[in-house]
Design a protein around this ligand. Structure first.
Ligand SMILES: Cc1ncc(COP(=O)(O)O)c(C=O)c1O
Length: 361
């Protein structure tokens, strides 16, 4: 169940000026360098894109200090997750992920008829990582049929994250014939000291695949471009199941240009950190519990079915995300935005909460 599209809401309710904070998109939009690059690239859309994505891989390889042959480009990182499933899973094989983890893992696993093993997450009462991945529980699910383990760091929709030491210990103890996927879609947003840059572990762990995306902080969700970084051997396997022109030419040029604008990136990080503080304070003031987040979204406990609150907010032309499909029916996930948009969303939430008050007892 993806975030409700703005056009759909405006068609259905006749509202205008809709604010969508439902899909963890970047409210700042892309760097101006991206728009410039797209303007230039548009003259060549009659031609197929470079199927090898040379310009983007070249720039990424310099930035990440890996060989170009270690990079696999995807139509969004979803596409890369799918390639991993196609390359390593099939009927009779198993893949492990955590409860409340990103929704594409079960879809990719199912699409190749493999078996999903879902580890229980940490309890909501956990001191530092409520609803976070429980690596011990994940390890306990390994059998001789396990081929892939998916770990989202940070995870969506919880915003929880794993520290360098615990994740490193976990991967160190996994047999080398099991692929460990660390999905870092929100990597650039995380500024915690103990948050790992797992690309640096690739030499140590030949079975590690790190996935990242241009959909989040680089604000290119509509163009669909993400990537995996791993050993050359695994990248070769992924590229065998990759569709030849999976990343379009506008996306290739846009993503390449996006990497040049560090100032824009820093500004987006700064706005997000301020936004997290805004939402924390707003929740505390209202007595609302939230899951501590390091992503560009915050997941808040409405202590009742959150769908009516979501629907009341729609009437205020604000789209957020109820997440019953993640097994969290009482929670709303809200994308963190600019000061003005955060306030508008909070005002809509306050109006909804007048109708559906939280029980303070
Ligand atoms: C944890 C996580 N991984 C991967 C993705 C996929 O993003 P994309 O396919 O746009 O790169 C998302 C998108 O929301 C996500 O939250």
């Amino acid at each position: 169940m993806p975030g409700k599209p703005i056009e759909e809401l405006e068609r259905e309710l006749g509202v205008t000026n809709t604010l969508k904070l439902a899909s963890n998109e970047n409210p700042m939009g892309p760097s101006p360098l991206v728009i410039e690059a797209i303007n230039k690239a548009k003259d060549n859309i009659a031609l197929y894109p470079d199927g090898n994505g040379f310009i983007l891989k070249q720039k990424l390889s310099k930035k990440l200090k890996v060989e170009q042959q270690q990079i696999t480009l995807g139509n969004g990182s979803n596409d890369v997750l799918d390639m991993i499933a196609r390359a390593f899973l099939c009927e009779g094989r198993e893949a492990i992920y955590s409860r409340y983890a990103f929704a594409v893992y079960p879809i990719s696993i199912q699409s190749v008829n493999a078996t999903a093993k879902v580890a229980e997450a940490l309890p909501v009462e956990h001191e530092t990582n409520p609803y976070g991945h429980d690596l011990t529980a994940m390890k306990a699910l390994i059998t001789d049929k396990t081929r892939v383990i998916f770990i989202a760091n940070p995870n969506n929709p919880t915003g929880t994250w794993l520290k360098s030491e615990e994740l490193h210990d976990f991967i160190s103890n996994i047999a080398k014939d099991i692929i460990v996927v660390v999905d870092e879609a929100y990597f650039e947003y995380v500024k915690e000291g103990e948050y790992p840059d797992t690309v640096q572990w690739l030499e140590e762990f030949p079975n590690l695949i790190v996935t990242r995306t241009f959909s989040k902080i680089y604000a290119l969700a509509g163009l669909r471009v993400g990537y995996a970084v791993c050993s050359e051997e695994i990248a070769d396997l992924l590229n065998r199941v990759r569709h030849p022109f999976n990343v379009n030419s506008l996306a290739l040029h846009a993503a390449t240009a996006a990497l040049d604008d560090q100032a824009h990136l820093e500004n987006c990080i700064d706005i997000n950190i301020k936004g997290i503080k805004f939402w924390r304070a707003a929740c505390q003031y209202r007595g609302l519990d939230y899951i501590p987040t390091v992503g560009n979204f915050i997941t808040i406990d409405m202590e009742q079915n959150a769908v009516p609150i979501y629907e009341a907010m729609l009437k205020e032309a604000v789209i957020v995300r109820p997440i019953p499909n993640y097994g969290l029916p009482n929670y709303l996930r809200i994308t963190i935005s600019t000061a003005e948009e955060n306030q508008r969303c909070l005002d809509a939430l306050d109006i909804a909460l007048e109708q559906y008050p939280i029980d303070d007892e």
